[in-house]
Write a protein that binds this ligand. Structure first.
Ligand code: PMP
Length: 285
């Protein structure tokens, strides 16, 4: 395990070295992606690369590889690290400067790093086999550009730690208006009377690729109704079901929020229908 890619070379992870002057290290000045791969098959590859390119553009890093070059790197990492259930981490930082100065330098070469790590097996649409999540909640105190998948993740790390330290699997965040934003590392949803409701895309949340795929799959392959609208925390507490999505979790059912059961306290039927449709159609993306 652990052959990594750094600046056009493959090498054992222990040999991968970057400059301490890299702006990714000093400022968290970079963009990253995580693409899931199950038994050698990448899921959502094209939309993940699109989002990375958009992120690089948003923060003014002038770097764009042909999508096939990224595919080559992802496939080489899968080949070198043994296929199985892998997350392929891709990271482009602005690069190493000779001084620590906030303004974007014009003459640095971006640092490109990629590696593969094990992720849980893909969910199976079976309530008895699903991992049921228990989550904490806390006010979202991150920055106002959460749509950018920046490597500067300290805000997310601190929010994740808030739940983790209390024995929870995740932390659901809410803004100053008591409206749910997302999880510290995932998008969030409620289900009420059979309708799936999730906050709309704006600067408060990451446009998750699993979210994109799930909403598309639900529209094309099921009768389940979806609303993209503001969700208050009161609605979260009164929901029949709560879900989280991310590339490594797929659709994660939440059965407890701040120690209180969600709905009946059991994994719900709408989750089962949604995960069934997702499992059947995710490789189309
Ligand atoms: N929101 C945040 C804050 C995330 O870090 C992630 C990814 N871990 C997501 C949402 C979900 O994104 P995706 O479905 O693309 O993995």
């Amino acid at each position: 395990m652990s052959i990594v890619f750094l600046n056009d070379r493959y090498m054992p992870m222990e040999e991968a070295k970057i400059s301490p002057m890299d702006r990714g290290f000093l400022f968290g000045d970079g963009i990253y992606e995580v693409i899931p791969s199950y038994d050698g098959e990448l899921v959502g590859f094209a939309p993940h690369i699109d989002r990375m390119n958009q992120g690089l553009e948003l923060i003014g890093i002038d770097f764009k590889w042909d999508v096939n070059k990224w595919r080559e790197v992802c496939e080489a990492l899968i080949e070198k690290n043994g296929s199985g259930n892998l997350g392929i981490y891709l990271h482009v930082s602005r690069g190493a400067d000779s001084k620590r100065f906030h303004a974007y330098p014009s003459d640095v070469t971006p640092t490109v790093y990629a590696y593969a790590f094990e992720i849980p097996a893909a969910n199976v649409p079976d309530k008895s086999k699903a991992k049921a999540y228990k989550v904490a909640t806390t006010e979202d105190l991150r920055w106002q550009r959460c749509n950018i998948k920046s490597t500067a993740l300290l805000g997310n790390v601190m929010h994740f730690q808030h739940g983790h330290a209390q024995g929870y699997n995740e932390t659901i965040l809410y803004n100053a208006n008591n409206e749910m934003t997302e999880g510290s590392a995932c998008n969030a949803y409620i289900v009420k009377d059979g309708v799936v409701i999730t906050p709309p895309l704006d600067n408060q949340i990451l446009p998750g690729i699993t979210r994109l795929m799930l909403l598309d799959i639900l529209a094309k392959h099921t009768d389940i109704k979806v609303e993209e609208r503001v969700v208050t925390m009161d609605e979260v507490l009164a929901a029949d079901e709560v879900w989280l999505t991310s590339s490594s979790k797929e659709i994660a059912p939440v059965i407890e929020v701040d120690g209180k059961p969600v709905g009946s306290g059991e994994i719900g039927d709408v989750w089962l229908a949604a995960q069934t449709a997702y499992t059947a159609n995710k490789t189309e993306y």
